[in-house]
Design a binder for this molecule. Structure first.
Ligand code: GLC
Length: 440
């Protein structure tokens, strides 16, 4: 243990105040606490302990733990301690910013949202991983996440699993009343109203409307589905009339059509997944992970759920927000070599396939969408290939988090009726222009 000058001073003061045996005991306790907190710690058998931080696993994490055990068996001398962060991406981001700003070496491998990599790379918080995948492998990853992990021509993370917004619907109920999945938002409203009238205690449409990153993912899908956007060729176009219409429609889902309950304004992914999974709604917008959970033995909606592209306002404009998580190495890690080994292992085709089959994380490698076993087990996976190819990224810039922190409260104010969509978008536009100008 290294004693700092302060620790030495303290020791001297205590020496004059305490009998030697009690002093020894206190010093032993302090040493235990200091060593215990120190990264670079070894397991009992002398193995290196690699700390892997990731968001909460939706569903049963058992298979994930098995996969980490497999890595340990294949890599004697490395033990993985997986540490779970909250499910919300915003809270995870906050954790990383605080700790990386403080140059923390308490974790080695980190799972990063697709929107963070340029920011973290610019700040110098993550290691360059350009050498990890070979050229052939690089071509196999979906283009959206590859773009998101590239900064200044270098690769700062490896795409781990991919996400895109999709529409879940009750196949049994749509079939019972003779409907096909809706292609426009108006159709979704009509079908919801029709079924809500005839089925007891069922919501029409659930989505994520809490003031957080998920709300931005939802809102952008309506903007794009109406021909709108946030930035166009570097210009801020967020207050365009297509977006005003789209945001107003989202508020109408709650107050005019009443097909979405007011609870959506405080909901993130999991509460909506629980409600839909308990048979309480006709439609839900969510990420693909939910499907595996709906199909589990004992699930009230097993065999009753269909998946479709999100509706749009204009025919052919259906758009999904690109999501997903990437693996990177903390710049301050004391075990970068071991960290790279874990990243290689978790992102290899075999591990991605296991995660797809067990916890529903969709592979970031295109070739797996041709895998016969995966297709047999999850027929809908193959249909997601096109969705992932076309999924639209949120603005790819190191300033994205600043931009989203402007959008989140403004969007939330509009869907909760605190501001009109015009007021909210005008205010967002002013603030985003300000950010971009300041960062020029
Ligand atoms: C999912 C997506 C992520 C997105 C988040 C929003 O985790 O993968 O990209 O930011 O949801 O809640």
């Amino acid at each position: 243990m290294n004693l700092t000058p302060i620790s030495l001073k303290l020791t001297r003061i205590m020496q004059t105040l305490l009998p030697p045996r009690r002093l020894l005991l206190i010093l032993l306790i302090i040493a235990f606490v200091v060593i215990g907190c120190n990264n670079g710690e070894k397991a009992d058998d002398g193995s290196t302990i690699l700390v892997f931080k990731h968001g909460k696993i939706a569903g049963d994490p058992e298979e994930f733990i098995k996969l980490l055990k497999k890595f340990e068996n294949e890599n004697p001398g490395i033990k993985v301690r997986d540490e779970t962060l909250p499910a919300s991406t915003d809270e995870q981001h906050q954790f990383y910013v605080i700790n990386l700003e403080g140059k923390s070496s308490d974790f080695d491998v980190m799972s990063m949202d697709v929107i963070w990599v340029p920011e973290f790379a610019k700040a110098g918080w993550i290691r360059d991983l350009s050498h990890l995948p070979d050229e052939e492998e690089k071509k196999d990853f979906f283009p959206g996440p590859m773009k998101a992990v590239t900064y200044g021509g270098r690769l700062y993370a490896i795409p781990w699993y991919i996400d895109a917004g999709i529409l879940y619907y009750r196949k049994d109920l749509l079939g019972k009343y003779g409907f096909s999945p809706p292609e426009t938002w108006d159709e979704l409203v009509k079908i919801s109203l029709y079924i809500m009238k005839r089925e007891k205690e069922i919501y029409g449409f659930l989505w994520q409307g809490k003031q957080y990153e998920g709300l931005v993912c939802n809102v952008l899908e309506y903007f794009w589905g109406n021909g709108g956007d946030v930035l166009r060729s570097g210009e801020v176009v967020i207050d365009g009339k297509e977006n005003i219409y789209a945001l107003k429609f989202m508020r109408d889902l709650i107050v005019k059509y009443k097909i979405s309950p007011p609870l959506v304004t405080t909901a993130i992914e999991e509460p909506t997944r629980h409600l839909f999974g308990n048979g309480k709604a006709v439609f839900m917008r969510n990420w693909p992970y939910a499907w595996n959970i709906f199909e589990k033995e004992g699930s009230p909606v097993k065999g009753k759920v269909g998946v479709a592209l999100l509706p749009s306002f204009i025919e052919g404009y259906s758009a999904s927000t690109l999501g997903g998580w990437q693996l990177g190495v903390n710049r301050y890690s004391r075990h970068p070599g071991e960290a790279e080994k874990l990243i290689k292992f978790l992102s290899q085709p075999e591990s991605q396939k296991t995660l797809a089959l067990t916890i529903g994380y969709k592979p970031s490698r295109k070739s797996l969408y041709d895998d016969a076993e995966l297709k047999r087990a999850q027929p809908f996976v193959a249909s997601l290939y096109e969705v992932f190819m076309k999924a639209r990224p949120r603005p790819v810039t190191p300033y994205y988090v600043m931009i989203t922190q402007v959008m989140q409260p403004e969007f939330s104010a509009a869907i909760s009726g605190i501001k009109t969509p015009e007021q909210a978008l005008e205010s967002a536009s002013k603030q985003i222009k300000h950010i971009l100008k300041a960062e020029e």
